[in-house]
Ligand binder design. Structure first.
Ligand SMILES: Cc1cc2nc3c(=O)[nH]c(=O)nc-3n(C[C@H](O)[C@H](O)[C@H](O)COP(=O)(O)OP(=O)(O)OC[C@H]3O[C@@H](n4cnc5c(N)ncnc54)[C@H](O)[C@@H]3O)c2cc1C
Length: 463
């Protein structure tokens, strides 16, 4: 059947069958419904199926399959490459499915597939619990989890997928399964890093940990100190207790409170620390790292974990232009430091930044082949992001990110975290799954032989 010439009658059948609305190009709200976090993405789907529940997801999957429509799956809509929406596709939009059910006795959380992390942090935080996620509260649970999930709690409690106990999944034929270590264990292996390739996850069951008040925040140094900070950071971080996480960024100090006005728009190198251990040991553990060098600002302080999770949200609202490039790094070499110094000085706009996130501690204790996430033995996940509100600066931020990445890539481990990649082609996807790619392709062939779920960092079905 044709893919782009659906009649109104065709979609009326979908509209009738769904409990949630299906939004068509002529409808009010179509432009808002097709917009995603990255304003560089401007795609025009054939329809957006706003799924109210699992039955709606099954209906939408079957409808797309029967009508030969491309399907894209939208969780939080944060993906760099905008893979939640696609031209002429049926968007299976999970955004109404944002329920979270916490079991405080079992320390688990059942999280619907359209949640963002703020939904989860709010619900679990009420019980002094948390599961590892990322560094922002507006990111979607669906995409972040299925790609792996790197965040403040990773050194202590592992990636998000290391805390996934089970997942409810609607498969390409519209059927519904639960995947865990006990049921569909091959699918469960693939979901833990393999992205949206295997089905629509309608809910995730996570293990939670006692995380209440943390001692956290940024320590910022002048950009001229970036080389010294990086040389110190690469040595000190792996030796720190796992209760302490610290990611490093090159940035421009935002021109707004709570940053002191004399520092506004100054380029900086910073480490955002997060200590989750016993409060009485906080000074002992944090003292040595806060004592390094001559910081411009030390804003490390006690705060509830959900506050830390949302502390940078306002700096990066929906609707900015984003261009991403990424790699894993086994080490931060002297060559890499020289490149960071050069491109950190050239940050093209105030929102543009480079981050290095630690991959160690509990992440290293899971084998590289135990889940689909292959780069367990790396030291850091790096990401270069050109960001700006003005579309006129799109070329400028992209050019900086590409030149920076071109220079840095030879110092990398080869592949990237799939959640930090743009649409970069199948060689990059294969490099990012490394030794796990062939097994992923075989599982793809058994669960989605027709590659129905292909609007993602795509794993082609084997054979
Ligand atoms: C500002 C910002 C900060 C970020 N910080 C972090 C971080 O700290 N740590 C980290 O690990 N990552 C981080 N990321 C990357 C993030 O993990 C990815 O962008 C991820 O794809 C976002 O998931 P989403 O559900 O919001 O995306 P969407 O755009 O909705 O979807 C992304 C992909 O996932 C698939 N997908 C989403 N939900 C489901 C589902 N329920 N079932 C099946 N497939 C699904 C989609 O089909 C699509 O291919 C960040 C991204 C941004 C923009």
């Amino acid at each position: 059947m044709a893919t782009t010439t659906q009649t109104t009658t065709d979609f009326e059948a979908l509209i009738t069958a769904m409990r949630g609305p299906a939004i068509l190009p002529a409808d009010d709200g179509y432009d808002a419904a097709r917009a995603v976090y990255n304003a560089m993405i401007d795609r025009r789907p054939a329809a957006i199926a706003r799924c109210a529940d699992v039955a709606d997801v099954m209906t939408a999957v079957r409808f797309a399959a029967e009508h030969g429509l491309t399907a894209s799956v939208r969780g939080g809509g944060h993906n760099a490459a905008g893979l939640g929406v696609w031209d002429d596709a049926l968007v299976i939009d999970l955004s109404p499915m944002r329920g979270v059910l916490v079991d405080p006795a079992a320390k688990t959380a059942l999280v619907q597939g359209g949640c963002v992390w703020g939904d989860v942090d709010h619900a679990t935080g009420g019980f002094g619990l948390a599961t590892p996620s990322g560094f922002l509260s507006t990111t979607g649970v669906g995409g972040l989890t299925l790609g792996g999930g790197i965040g403040y709690l990773s050194r202590r409690y592992g990636l998000t997928i290391d805390n996934l106990l089970s997942a409810d999944v609607v498969l390409a034929d519209g059927s519904f399964v639960t995947a865990s270590e006990r049921e569909h264990s091959d699918l469960f292996w693939a979901l833990r890093g393999g992205g949206g390739n295997f089905g629509v996850v309608t809910s995730f069951e996570f293990r939670c940990h006692d995380v209440g008040t943390v001692v956290a925040g940024p320590v910022l140094y002048d950009i001229a100190d970036a080389g010294d900070v990086l040389r110190w950071y690469r040595e000190v971080l792996p030796a720190l207790p796992e209760e302490l996480n610290g990611w490093l960024g090159l940035l421009t100090i935002p021109p707004a409170p709570p940053f002191p006005e004399e520092l506004w728009l100054r380029k900086a190198c910073g480490i955002v620390w997060c200590y989750t251990g016993p409060p009485e040991r906080a000074d002992e553990v944090l003292g040595p790292v806060r004592g390094f060098g001559s910081p411009l600002l030390d804003a490390v302080m006690p705060m509830p974990f959900p506050v830390l999770q949302s502390i940078f949200d306002a700096l990066y609202p929906t609707g900015l232009q984003w261009y991403w490039r990424a790699d894993f790094f086994n080490e931060i070499s002297d060559d890499a430091i020289a490149i960071h110094e050069e491109f950190g000085e050239q940050l093209p706009t105030p929102h543009s930044t480079m981050h290095l996130y630690p991959i160690d501690g509990a992440v290293h204790r899971v084998g590289p082949e135990a889940t689909a996430f292959a780069y367990r033995d790396a030291g850091w996940a790096g990401v270069i992001v050109g960001v700006d509100p003005d579309p006129a600066n799109a070329a400028k931020i992209k050019d900086w990110a590409v030149r920076y990445w071109d220079a840095l890539h030879p110092t990398s481990a080869g592949g990237a975290y799939v959640n930090f990649m743009m649409d970069e082609g199948s060689d990059r996807v294969q490099a990012s799954y490394g030794r796990n790619y062939d097994r992923l392709a075989r599982i793809k062939a058994s669960y989605d032989p027709g590659n129905f779920f292909r609007i993602n960092q795509n794993i082609k079905p084997a054979g």
